[in-house]
Each structure stands twice: as structure tokens, then as C-alpha cells.
Write a protein that binds this ligand. Structure first.
Ligand code: AHG
Ligand code: MN
Ligand code: MN
Length: 350
């Protein structure tokens, strides 16, 4: 379904005066350019540890076909999904790097049934949630995959952490980001306050360089992203929205074009830059697929920091209080107007 030129909406463009383009991610963090007012050494060091894991994982991803990290381990994870070697490699990399410098008290990962304590030192004041390898079904067909992370602060300076420390609304996140292993490796990060920034990896230098400063999502877009193969189990309201978004209504900018990669990081990143909407709705049982702690919340935090919206279709994702570490939610991400349209269908107002 091609879009006529008048449907093309300007996607995000770098600021006219790209004054900071090209500086390294480490410099950007050190200068507190992520807008984090109290960028203490520990927080800066933790973010740089996450950058290191991105470098290590990207080198494994880029050689996956050669380094015998394709294929399955033969195990299944807590989600009941078969674990790919690269899922495990990415998870182990995060555990070993984040466990080194003592800033991260504990980690919750898609690949770990329970929370993993990484430091019992009371001075370890951060908690990390992570989807080590997102889009696993695309690993062995060489389609974009990613890593998703979020950073929370432990409530009080106590030794270790408990799972309940993680069961906080996403609005409490200190930072969130993702690494997209696509045509190039791009790390996008925000602390909420200082905007959303993208850094592209230069493997010849081994550094991430600022390439997308202050990403802002367009007010509305021209593409929608949803797995139409699941339409039989959607609620009727979602089916009506789906039919509406495809109507031939040029004056209102419809039909939207369909784009669906099947890796949340890829589909969300495209939506962030070009605008439009990504939806993984609940099935009739109300159950979503995507996990609240390490898929929905980090992206909701990023989208809102970039001027977008993130909803379950009914309510703001960042206001949800998780009931369990691997709780699943319906997820709608996108331009404000596009998410508002979707919610009106869900409320039966259209
Ligand atoms: P993961 O590989 O971490 O389990 O995540 C897969 C998720 C997400 O990346 C994507 O949006 C969704 O699964 C795709 O699900 P469908 O194949 O049902 O569309
Ligand atoms: Mn995932
Ligand atoms: Mn995953």
C-alpha cells in the first residue's frame, strides 16, 4: 500500500545547528547532557556499563552467523519460550558487566525467572530491567533485533534488593533506552528530562557517536504497525480501528501504510522517528504479549520524553503498578494524535 506524496509526513530531522553531533556517548553522559541533574559518578558509571554491554552484544550479533551463537539452547525461559543462544549470550553479558562495578544492586531480565542480586553493598543504589535480546524470532533470518533497558533507583539505601523494589510505575524510571542492531547499531537513551538522543556505533573506532540529537516524534504519522495475523482474537473495537486506519480517506491522511518487522525495538524506533502508531493489543482475554517492566515501560518512558504517547489502549502505561516481574500488558506507542484516535475506538467513542 503506497502512500501518495501528500501523505508523506516529515519524519524527525536533526536540529538545524547540530552543534553536538559527533561527540561520543561517554562524553555526552559525562557532561550530564542527558539532562540528569544529579549525574553522580555512580549513575554515569552505570550508564557507561550499559554502553559497554551494547558494544559487546553488537559484536556478537554482527558475527552471530559465524560465532556459533545462532540457534537454540534447547532450554525454555520463564515465559515458556525456547531460548536462543544469542538471548543467553546477551543476558550473560549484561549480568557480568553490570555485576562488576557495584552500582547495580539487582537486575530483572526476560531471561531470568527471578530477580538477580548483583551487589549487596548498600551503596549500590540502582536497579536495571532488561530485555537482553528483543525480536528473537528474527535472529536467524538476519532481521533487526535489539536490547531494551531501564534504570530505577532503589527506594532506600539497604543492602541487596527484593522483587518488590521493581514493582513500581514506569514513571519512576531514571533512564531508559534501547540498542537497535539494524543496518547500523544505534543506541537511543533518555533520562526523561534532557530529551531523547541517538548514538550510532562506529565499529572501526569502537565508539558510539551522537547522530540523532533531541529526537521528537511528529504530531501524527502515516504508518501503522500491528500484527494483522492476530486480528481474529482482537476485541471488536481494535478491528474497527484497523478497518478505519486503512480507509481510502485522503483528505484525512488515510489509508496509513502498514509496516511490521516483528521486533518491538525496530517497529518502535521507526514509529519514534517517522510518527504513526505501533500497537500490540490485548487478545479477548485481556492478556497482552509484551512485558511491562522491560518492554512497555522503557518504551513508554522514551516515547513520552520525545513528545509521544504510550497507552494500554485504555490508560497511560507509565501509571501502571506492576503486579509481577513478568507481567504482560497491551501496548500502544506513537504520535499523540494517532494514539488518541486508537483510544477513542477502544472507548467506543468512534
Ligand atoms: P522477545 O524476542 O524479546 O521475546 O520479544 C518479541 C516481541 C517483540 O519484539 C515483538 O513486538 C513481538 O514479540 C512480536 O510478536 P508477534 O510475533 O506475535 O507479532
Ligand atoms: Mn522483547
Ligand atoms: Mn527478549
Amino acid at each position: 500500500m503506497s502512500l501518495s506524496s501528500d501523505h508523506q509526513h516529515p519524519s524527525w530531522r536533526p536540529p538545524e545547528s547540530p552543534s553536538r553531533i559527533g561527540i561520543t556517548l561517554e562524553t555526552y553522559i559525562l557532561e550530564g547532557m542527558l539532562g540528569f541533574p544529579a549525574a553522580t559518578g555512580a549513575f554515569t558509571s552505570l550508564l557507561n556499563q550499559l554502553v559497554l554491554t551494547a558494544k559487546l552484544v553488537t559484536s556478537k550479533v554482527r558475527r552471530a552467523g559465524l560465532a556459533n551463537v545462532l540457534g537454540y539452547t534447547g532450554q525454555t525461559n520463564v515465559q515458556g519460550e525456547s531460548v536462543q543462544k544469542l538471548d543467553e549470550v546477551a543476558n550473560e553479558t549484561l549480568l557480568s558487566v553490570l555485576g562488576r562495578q557495584g552500582h547495580c544492586a539487582a537486575m530483572v531480565s526476560e531471561e531470568l525467572g527471578d530477580m538477580r542480586v548483583l551487589s549487596s553493598d548498600p551503596r549500590a543504589k540502582y536497579l536495571v530491567v532488561v530485555d537482553p535480546l528483543d525480536g528473537s524470532s528474527n535472529i536467524d533470518v538476519n532481521i533487526s533485533i535489539g536490547t531494551i533497558f531501564g534504570v530505577l533507583r532503589k527506594e532506600e539505601s539497604k543492602a541487596g534488593a527484593e522483587p518488590s523494589d521493581f514493582l513500581r510505575p514506569g514513571r519512576d524510571l531514571l533512564a531508559a533506552g534501547y540498542v537497535l542492531y539494524g543496518s547500523s547499531t544505534l543506541l537511543v537513551i533518555t533520562t526523561g528530562l534532557g530529551g531523547v538522543h541517538g548514538f550510532t556505533y562506529d565499529p572501526t573506532v569502537g565508539e558510539f557517536f551522537l547522530s540523532h540529537e533531541d529526537i521528537r516524534i511528529p504530531e501524527h504519522g502515516a504508518t501503522y504497525s500491528i500484527n494483522e495475523g492476530h486480528s481474529a482474537r482482537w476485541p471488536e473495537s481494535v478491528r474497527r480501528w484497523n478497518a478505519w486506519i486503512k480507509e481510502d480517506a485522503k483528505p484525512e491522511g488515510r489509508p496509513y501504510g502498514a509496516r511490521y518487522v516483528g521486533s518491538l525495538v525496530a517497529d518502535a524506533h521507526r514509529t519514534l522517528l517517522k510518527g504513526g502508531i505501533f500497537a500490540y493489543p490485548a487478545d479477548r482475554s485481556g492478556q497482552g504479549k509484551l512485558r511491562l517492566l522491560y518492554e512497555a515501560n522503557p518504551f513508554a518512558f522514551i516515547f513520552e520524553a520525545a513528545g509521544g504517547k504510550a497507552s494500554t489502549g485504555i490508560e497511560r502505561v507509565l501509571d501502571l503498578t506492576p503486579r509481577s516481574l513478568h507481567e504482560r500488558v497491551p501496548l500502544v506507542l506513537g504520535s499523540p494524535r494517532d494514539v488518541d484516535d486508537f483510544e477513542q475506538f477502544m472507548r467506543g467513542e468512534r
